[in-house]
Ligand binder design. Sequence first.
Ligand code: NAD
Length: 366
Amino acid sequence: MNDFDDLGPSKLLQLYDPESGLRGMVVVDNIALGPAIGGVRISPTVSLQEVARLARTMTLKSAIAGLDHGGGKAGIIADPKQENIEQLVRAFARMMGGVEEYVPAPDMGSDESMMVWIKEEIGRVLGLPEEVGGLPLDKLGATGYGVAECAEIACNHIDLPLQGARAAIQGFGNVGRAAARFLAKKGAVIVAVSDSSGTLTHDRGLNIDELITTKLHQGAVLESTQGTTLPGDAIFGLDCDILVPAATPDVIHRGNLEQVKARLILQGANIPVTLEAEEILAGKGVLVVPDFIANAGGLIMAAMEYRQKSAEEAFVAIERKIKKNTDKILHKAKKENLLPRIAAERLAVERVKAAMAMRNLSYQWK
Ligand code: NAD
């Protein structure tokens, strides 16, 4: 892959360790604003291309959130549940330990306990459990909290009362569960959730606490006795006001966007809607808030952990930054007739380029 542009990527590393069987990659996209923070994705299908796209998203997310961090991301090609996962994560940490400008954190397939293994190997990691001095952003629901804060402002822009709004959430992992919990707390009615087992829907709203317990103890939302079950992809066409894709990339695309009935899509996952679909949806009057605005909560908490702040301070920062940024980019998008993603990207790129012009990028963070 050789897709370089003005911002990066500054480093692409492929990792292979025949002894443990580790196959993985690290991409440092841009470090003009500071050390790159980015999750470690563990999945049998993760690719260098995907990790590079996600690393760019992190650069933009950091910049637009006003954080002094760059963007990076890593991948381990494995099933997170496979027996030797600890060995693989430790081998990964040792192999990327020298890439000092990248600070790993949890992402899809990885969690706080895995971050402890990385800490033991190289000492440089975020998203650690509280017991070892970290801010466990997934356990605390940082990203889902930010999605709900974003919803409040985005709803104002389309005159949709959040109280009573019908929301559907695709993916019931760390982001999806917390988004459901915090949206319900703000009065939204969660009419559907899905995971890899399928979709569960109830017209009058699902009981989120019960679903979270079921998912955590039995592993799948369809184990719940609530609601009606449907195939996984059916969630995109359900009758709802707000759709939160919170699982994998490119799930809303030209082939299924006609089904979408929601007026507002909040991108809980990274790059869950193709650019083409975002453009067509905007033409149909659907407001799509891009990933690097809507799901910046986890990154903001990680940046607060980096500065040894408390969970309370992190939640205040998430609320303040995400509300401000959502409002700012939605106003800019409307005023300049741009997609919200383009409006946000322009602001983010401006900030990164200004920093690039000022800095010697060979600087290493210790
Ligand atoms: P996770 O591994 O905790 O959960 C993923 C969920 O998606 C699981 O419930 C899984 O069953 C479900 N899923 C997988 N394939 C699916 C499919 N085809 N249909 C429906 N559900 C499916 O991951 P996570 O931490 O919740 O992250 C989800 C997404 O959000 C990823 O794109 C990640 O990069 C992004 N993200 C995460 C954070 C964070 O703080 N964890 C922050 C920003 C962005």
